[in-house]
Each structure stands twice: as C-alpha cells, then as structure tokens.
Design a protein. Structure first.
Length: 134
C-alpha cells in the first residue's frame, strides 16, 4: 500500500489491491528501488504480549545523498490500543462506501440499524442481508 500512496498521493477508498494500481508500471518501478530492512525491536515488540505493537518506519533516501526524516509509528491507527481514534475514521469510510452503492433512503436505514447495537443484535441475519440488496 505504501507504494500506491507514494505514486498516487492518496489512499484510494476503492481498495489498494485493485487492478488499477497493480497495472500501473510506476508501482513496479518503485518496488524495484525499495529496500526493506527489519528492525529486530519491531519483531520483538510484536510478539511481546504486553505490547503487541505493529511498528513500522519509513525513510526515503534520494540519489543526491539527501533523505527525508525517519517517520516511525509504533501503534498504527488500526491497532487495538488506538481503537477510540479509529472508530470515527471507520464510520466515515463505512458511510462513504454505503453512499457509493445505495440510494439515500436505503443507506439511512442501514446506518440507523448498525449504529444501534441493541437493535442490530436483535435483527435476524436474513433481515439484515435483505437490507443490503439493491
């Protein structure tokens, strides 16, 4: 996904594994120039049951010898320790996805149901699936 972000300057909400990115020759050219190294601390912290971090870092080195600062993230936005931060982002992505596929009235019905945990849990699976039929 990082290569797609670098080439396209955005994280497409259509999914990063789509063929539009895979077919772009700039992605392969970037991958050929990419060197990945393991930081043993990241692996150790991933397997540490007290941390279970998903650390990553990126730094770009240019052919003229300059480089960007190293950017390191120990707990990315999707990590369980950051659940409260990710929920608004996930909700926004879910609403945008519904907006691309469903008319406004149907989208509102689906949102109303999934935003109410008690009502959602009482809904039979077949009733929910029926709501998703266009």
């Amino acid at each position: 996904m990082d290569d797609s972000l670098t080439v396209f300057r955005q994280a497409p909400d259509t999914g990063w594994r789509k063929s539009w990115a895979a077919a772009d020759p700039r992605i392969d050219a970037l991958r050929e120039q990419t060197i990945i190294t393991e930081d043993p601390r990241y692996s150790r912290d991933f397997y540490d049951p007290e941390k279970r971090s998903s650390s990553n870092a990126v730094q770009v080195f240019f052919t003229d010898g300059t480089s960007t600062p190293k950017v390191e993230v120990e707990y990315p936005i999707g990590h369980p320790r950051r659940r409260s931060e990710v929920m608004p982002v996930l909700k926004q992505k879910f609403e945008a996805s519904l907006g691309r596929h469903y008319p406004p009235v149907q989208r509102s019905r689906i949102l109303k149901l999934v935003e109410n945990a008690e009502m959602f849990e009482r809904t039979a699976v077949h009733e929910f699936v029926d709501m998703l039929v266009i």
